[in-house]
Design a binder for this molecule. Structure first.
Ligand code: ZN
Length: 308
């Protein structure tokens, strides 16, 4: 059983009021999935909440009554999907599919007390899959629980959100993370998320590379040389596909910019992410972003930042 760090208030609420349909919202890596697993353990523990860690149920890993559904990273043709999705056949039985869907899994009684479905990245449910899941949320078997994980309540379909009790997870206080590590680079990257801290501690070289790519990009932006900026942008794009988000470091630098320039830069960044989600060619989207940033930076330098 994995240890959960923090989120005491949320866990007290879950133990006191274990709703059958829950929506956990908050930033990636902050501990939503760990608490969902903790919740499933508590429901099945011989001694109830908090899970004891030593009974017959708590000792099982993975637990037979817990099922995690997550977006597929590969498309049917085996290519890596840029916008991964949870497909209908993962939720409901479908002709020609031999995998056991979530609905089929939920039809049989639990081995212990409760079957818990954890739907990771619930904002990536395809429409048909979401509608199939909705049927379970409307009339779940008495032993069935569903925990949807998403960045925000607004990100998931309103019909799913309205059926679920929403519980918010925020970044952990700095002292709680400092109790786990004194590595300043990793703590700086964590932004209050245990998952990010652990990933950074496990791969300090990878973290340093992401930071270097971000620093080089900011240098290229400051140099005013468009060719250098495009080279640095390409490198940043490659890094952004890796385990560490170089934007964390870019965003930290933006925090020191004048408010109007910073706002314009964050808008350019949001447009980049929208373009990528909308399947615009990544190269084109990044080039567009680089030139938008170049314009914003030039205006900042000339002392005439974009109007508020
Ligand atoms: Zn137990």
């Amino acid at each position: 059983m994995t240890e959960v760090v923090g989120h005491e208030r949320q866990r007290r609420l879950l133990a006191a009021r274990p709703a059958q349909s829950l929506l956990f919202v908050g930033p990636e890596g902050v501990g939503r999935k760990a608490v969902a697993q903790w919740f499933a353990r508590g429901l099945n523990c011989e001694h109830g909440f908090p899970p004891c860690g030593v009974c017959a149920s708590c000792r099982l890993e993975p637990h037979p009554d817990v099922r995690v559904v997550a977006p597929r990273l590969a498309t049917k043709s085996g290519r890596v999907a840029r916008r991964p999705q949870i497909h209908l056949e993962q939720i409901a039985p479908r002709e020609g599919s031999d995998e056991e869907s979530l609905l089929e899994w939920l039809q049989t009684s639990p081995r212990f007390k409760a079957k818990v479905a954890i739907v990771d990245d619930a904002h990536r449910l395809g429409e048909a899959a979401a509608n199939a899941l909705l049927k379970v949320l409307e009339e779940p078997p008495s032993y069935a629980y569903a925990v949807l994980i998403a960045p925000s309540r607004e990100a998931v379909l309103p019909t799913l959100a309205s059926r679920s009790l929403t519980i918010s997870f925020g970044p952990l206080p700095a002292e709680q993370l400092r109790a786990l590590s004194d590595d300043e680079a990793a703590l700086g990257y964590s932004e209050g998320a245990v998952g990010r801290l652990m990933a950074a501690l496990a791969d300090p070289a990878g973290l340093a590379e992401a930071e270097a790519a971000a620093r080089d990009w900011l240098d290229a932006l400051a140099s005013g040389d468009p060719a250098a900026l495009l080279v640095a942008t390409e490198r940043l794009r490659e890094r952004a596909e890796g385990p560490f988000d170089p934007w964390t470091f870019v965003a930290r630098d933006l925090a020191t910019w004048p408010a109007a320039s910073r706002r314009a830069a964050l808008e350019a960044l949001a447009t980049l992410h929208e373009d990528l989600e909308a399947y615009v060619s990544a190269e084109l989207a990044y080039t567009r972003f680089a030139f938008a940033m170049r314009r914003i930076y030039a205006e900042l330098r000339s002392g005439s930042p974009p109007p508020r």
